[in-house]
Write a protein that binds this ligand. Structure first.
Ligand SMILES: [Zn+2]
Length: 114
């Protein structure tokens, strides 16, 4: 006799879950050694434009304003930035577009010159 479903109260428990049975989740009692932990992490580079300053370009040699840009690589957990893993700075010449990377120490030195 075929089990009938949805014909009244209490009938949905008629068929036991066998090998072909659809099991949506494992109960922790079935696999005590297995822990279902989902970790979603990654890295993300955040660009931040900062106030630049006039300087002499290394490439074209003209004394023009330079854009200063901060590049921070952040560790993300579930798409939320948790902490910054590395930070670098780039200056761009507004005359010729020459881009040069500077370290955080050089960037601090630039700020002190102001
Ligand atoms: Zn230049």
């Amino acid at each position: 006799m075929l089990p009938k479903y949805g014909t009244g109260p209490g009938t949905c428990q008629g068929k036991p879950l066998g090998r072909q049975g659809l099991k949506l989740w494992d109960s922790p009692q079935d696999h005590p050694e297995r822990q279902n932990v989902l970790l979603l992490f990654g890295f993300k580079t955040v660009l931040k434009a900062m106030a630049g300053k006039p300087a002499t370009c290394r490439n074209c040699g003209s004394f023009v304003h330079h854009h200063l840009e901060e590049r921070a690589t952040k560790f993300t957990l579930f798409f939320i930035p948790v902490f910054t893993t590395s930070r670098s700075y780039r200056i761009t010449c507004t005359n010729c577009g020459y881009v040069s990377s500077i370290s955080a120490r050089q960037k601090r030195a630039l700020e002190l010159q102001r």
